[in-house]
Design a protein around this ligand. Sequence first.
Ligand code: SF4
Length: 377
Amino acid sequence: MSEELSLYLHFPFCRSKCIYCDFNSRPLRDGEELNAYLAALAGEVRRQAMPARRVVSIYLGGGTPSLLGAGQLAALLEEVRRSFAVDRAAEITLEANPGTVSGEAARAWADLGVNRVSLGVQAFQDRLLALLGRAHGVREVASSVEALRRAGIANLNLDLIYQLPGQSLEDWRESLRRAVVLAPEHLSAYPLQVEKGTPLAALVRRGLGLPSEEEGLRMEQELVETARRAGLERYEIANFARPGCQCRHNRRYWERLDYLGLGAGAHSCIGERRFWNVRSPDVYTRRAAAGKSPRGGGERLSPGTRRSEVAILGLRLTEGLSLAAFRERCGMELEQAFPGVTRRLGAVGLAVCRDGRLRLSRRGLSLANRAFVEFLP
Ligand code: SF4
């Protein structure tokens, strides 16, 4: 088992709910609710303490953790540093939304050791942001980035979404242009997913149109080319970074290394064990107040599931899946675990096996799910 560990801390509150969102988040009711949740989270941090494990990354995700006050964030991080051996060089990421980043807040985050901020920009057209139910406008993006840079945040990710309803290829080009002008070290861009049960899904059922698959592929092509021209190298299907600025925390997920998730609905994977907390922030907080565990469930991964995860997550990285690493981690050759897979994927142009690695091709990165079905347990 690796001595290194990543920590994920979940903050399940936002200003309002975006229409496409099926993350574990909802609008915050009041300060009392927030304090009760933070007390529960601090309690879980203490109970899960692993002082022997070296924490190399911390990710504060949500939700909108940038809604936390500086004092609340300081108390939470202090609790984490008391309970875990946080590496001095640990990557500490805070997810933030434009409109929640003041100069004062950004300085406080930097003082507390936050060294990476992931900003949920999504689009550079106010009409698209309004349609998505985002609680910010385009104007707040540049002011947020300026505040973060002034505070000394040197590792900035911008999140974008494409294939939005009513988004033209020209809109997307404009979003990409304006994103790279802000000179982020990292860019994440995902096609919009219509998740069951969201207001977006209801609108699509009632006839809201979305760009076609073909238009989506053109948008993806624009993304890859714009990122490359801006010096952002594609290192994962949807993630691009300047040299030395890949997200360490997310890389550890894709490399299937240990992570501990704390907070409502947070998932963990330690060795062969996977476990998760109850999803509802109310139930999470109530259980903590009653001195009960927030654990919602858990399982021991079967060898087949593990092989499948190691292969699929590894293939998400553009450097590909190392055949030697697969053998070492799963106790057998990839070809033995998934007979004929390399030949089949090669024959349809989805992957290439070379220099001891199986890599998705350019086409395979666009159609990754077609390749991944080959590795399902
Ligand atoms: S800000 Fe993010 S987490 Fe919050 S509702 Fe919107 S998409 Fe979901």
